[in-house]
Design a protein around this ligand. Structure first.
Ligand code: HEC
Length: 235
């Protein structure tokens, strides 16, 4: 026992370690850590003007904005790598992949700047985006209102509401892994809104629900598009 440091020292060491800036590139970073440079964002202006500005705005007032609420709705809880890949694979609309990789990264740097994320000392390089999380400044891990998600849990009725109990946290629908029938459930209760199909026959079953989050993290429920039974029993 006398060989062990007092608990308070252990806790202090742990707390200090968690406050230190990332020492290695393997530690996950966020868009608040300065993951591009001012020069990189500035360099993108011409390419952006030629290839993107005809259809998109970098302010929330313009059409098809690449910033603000629309940006969060599509990219919160994804990585900067996902964003680069999306843009490369789909944009400019009609000519995807037509720019060089470094131009795509520069344009993403400009998008990051336009969304208010700080610049840093190093450019966004070819392998840098994958471990940079797009999260709000408060570090919230909840998906924003309007995100298209999937939730798995047990179907029940509460009063006049349909709900899913023992629900998993909402996941982006396009990322949601299969295995809905066997995966571990969570401890949330999600209210199902705007249900237009009859669900009575599925009460007590394990279901997978797709829809749009109402409120951050689905605080006010999920605007349902589909409900599938994935197993007869639940949990
Ligand atoms: C000819 C018009 C056009 C051009 C040019 C264009 N886009 Fe798009 N972009 C669209 C359309 C339309 C969508 C919506 C597509 C969809 O949702 O399926 C879109 C969607 C996006 C999205 C996803 C937005 C979201 O919130 O989900 C991003 C990011 C994006 N474009 C970036 C770019 C970038 C960067 C460029 C320049 C390299 C570019 N676009 C050029 C038409 C265009």
């Amino acid at each position: 026992m006398q060989n062990l440091p007092p608990l308070s020292l252990v806790l202090l060491a742990w707390a200090t370690a968690s406050l230190l800036p990332a020492q290695t590139s393997t530690r996950s970073r966020t868009v608040w850590d300065g993951v591009y440079t001012e020069a990189q964002a500035t360099r993108a202006l011409m390419a952006y003007g030629q290839s993107c500005a005809g259809c998109h705005a970098l302010s929330t007032e313009g059409r098809a904005p690449l910033v603000g609420q629309q940006f969060w709705k599509s990219f919160a809880q994804k990585t900067v790598g996902d964003l680069v890949e999306f843009v490369k694979a789909n944009m400019p609309n009609g000519a995807p992949g037509s720019l060089t990789d470094s131009t795509y990264r520069d344009i993403v740097a400009l998008m990051l700047k336009s969304n208010g994320f700080p610049a840093g000392a190093a450019e966004l390089g070819p392998n840098d985006g994958g471990n940079v999380q797009i999260v709000p400044k408060d570090g919230s891990t909840e998906l924003p209102a309007g995100a298209l998600v999937r939730v798995v849990g047990c179907l029940a009725q509460r009063g006049t509401d349909w709900v899913v109990t023992s629900a998993t946290p909402p996941e982006r629908a396009e990322h949601a892994a299969g295995e809905e029938a066997s995966r571990a459930l969570g401890n949330r209760v999600m209210t199902l809104k705007f249900v237009i199909t009859r669900l009575d026959a599925m009460v007590g079953s394990r279901v997978a629900v797709n829809g749009l989050l109402i409120g951050e993290g689905g605080m006010e429920g999920i605007n349902v598009t589909t409900v599938h039974r994935v197993a007869p029993k639940c949990p």
